[in-house]
Design a protein around this ligand. Structure first.
Ligand code: NDP
Length: 294
C-alpha cells in the first residue's frame, strides 16, 4: 500500500482564494479591509523569509498589511509601545510578533501585551484558555491548519485515537486540544514518554511535532493511519538559508508504505500556517463587525 499524499500546498491555495473572495465582499458590503500587522525584531534570516511571505500573501488576499521592522538591539519598552499602538489602531485587526525574539526581550511579556482579540497567532493565555474550554477565539495557525487537512481527509474524527508527539505551546498542546474538541481520544507524547512506537501503532491519527528529522519510524505507524508531519528540519544546517534540503519529523518513505494518508515536507502542513493566519485575521475583523465596535 502507498499512502495518499495530502496536498497542503493546493489546500492552502484554495483557502487563500476563499479568504480573498470574503475580503472583496467585506470591502464591497461593509467598506472594511482586514488589517494585519507583523512585528519583526532583529534580522534572523529565517524570520525575514517567513515575514516576507506573510506580507506578500496578505497583500495578495486583499488585506491591509503592514510590517514593523525593529532592530535587534531595540529596547523591550519600544516593542511594547509598538504593540500598544497597534492595539489602539482601528485599521489593524490582527497583530503577529515573529518569534523568536532576540535575547533581552521577554517573549511572554510581549505576547501578553497583545489585545487577545487581535492575537491572530493564538498564543495569548486568554486564547489558550478559550481553546481549552471551548470558547471561540483565534487558534494557533499550525494546529488549525492540521485540523483543516485532517477533516478534509477523514471527515468526522469522532472516536478516533490520536497521538500527538510534542507538547509545545505553539503546536503540540493546541493540536491536542483541537483533536479533543473534535471528540478524538488523544494521547500527548513528549521526551519522557515511554513505548512511543507502541503508542504510535495504536493511533488512527499521528501528528509529529518534535523537530527531529526522520524521528517517527515506519513501524510505529498503524496501517491505514493518517500521518501529519509538522516538523521542518534542514538536513544540512551549515548551508546558507534558504539552501539545504527540508525534511519532516517522519521517515517519509517508510511511513508512506504503511499509512493511509500522509503530509509531505515541504508542501504539507507548512503552507497551511500562513493561510490560517489570514483566516484568523479575517475572523478577527468579522468578529469586530459583529460586536459593532468596527
Ligand atoms: P519544540 O522544540 O517547542 O517542541 C518539541 C517537542 O518535541 C517537545 O514537547 C519535546 O518534548 C518533544 N520531543 C523532543 N524529543 C522527543 C522524543 N525523543 N520523544 C518524544 N518527544 C520528543 O518544537 P515546536 O513544537 O515549536 O516545533 C516542532 C517542529 O515543528 C519543528 O520542526 C518546527 O520547525 C516545526 N514547526 C513547523 C511549523 C509549520 O508551519 N509547519 C510551525 C511551527 C513549528 P519535551 O516537552 O519533553 O521537551
Amino acid at each position: 500500500m502507498s499512502a495518499t499524499l495530502i496536498d497542503g500546498k493546493a489546500f492552502a491555495e484554495r483557502t487563500r482564494e476563499r479568504i480573498a473572495r470574503d475580503v472583496t465582499r467585506l470591502k464591497a458590503e461593509k467598506g472594511v479591509v482586514p488589517g494585519l500587522a507583523v512585528v519583526l525584531v532583529g534580522d534572523d534570516p529565517a524570520s525575514r523569509v517567513y515575514v516576507a511571505s506573510k506580507e506578500r500573501q496578505a497583500r495578495e488576499a486583499g488585506f491591509h498589511s503592514v510590517t514593523y521592522r525593529l532592530s535587534g538591539d531595540v529596547a523591550e519598552a519600544e516593542v511594547l509601545k509598538t504593540i500598544a499602538d497597534l492595539n489602539a489602531d482601528p485599521a489593524i485587526h490582527g497583530i503577529l510578533v515573529q518569534l523568536p525574539l532576540p535575547e533581552g526581550i521577554d517573549s511572554w511579556k510581549v505576547i501578553l501585551a497583545i489585545d487577545p482579540d487581535k492575537d491572530v497567532d493564538g498564543f495569548h493565555p486568554v486564547n489558550a484558555g478559550r481553546l481549552s474550554i471551548g470558547l471561540p477565539g483565534p487558534v494557533p495557525c499550525t494546529p488549525k491548519g492540521c485540523m483543516m487537512l485532517l477533516e478534509d481527509t477523514l471527515g468526522d474524527i469522532s472516536g478516533k485515537s490520536a497521538l500527538v508527539i510534542g507538547r509545545s505551546t505553539i503546536v503540540g498542546k493546541p493540536m491536542a486540544m483541537l483533536l479533543l474538541a473534535a471528540n478524538a481520544t488523544v494521547t500527548i507524547a513528549h521526551s519522557r514518554t515511554r513505548n512511543l512506537a507502541e503508542l504510535g501503532r495504536q493511533a488512527d491519527i499521528l501528528v509529529a511535532a518534535v523537530g527531529k528529522p526522520h524521528f517517527v519510524q515506519g513501524d510505529w505507524i498503524k496501517p491505514g493511519a493518517v500521518v501529519l508531519d509538522v516538523g521542518i528540519n534542514r538536513l544540512d544546517p551549515t548551508e546558507e538559508y534558504p539552501k539545504g534540503r527540508l525534511v519532516g519529523d517522519v521517515d517519509f518513505e517508510a511511513a508512506r508504505a504503511v499509512a493511509g494518508a500522509i503530509t509531505p515536507v515541504p508542501g504539507g502542513i507548512g503552507p497551511m500556517t500562513i493561510a490560517c493566519l489570514l483566516d484568523n485575521t479575517l475572523a478577527a475583523c468579522q468578529a469586530r463587525l459583529e460586536t459593532g465596535s468596527e
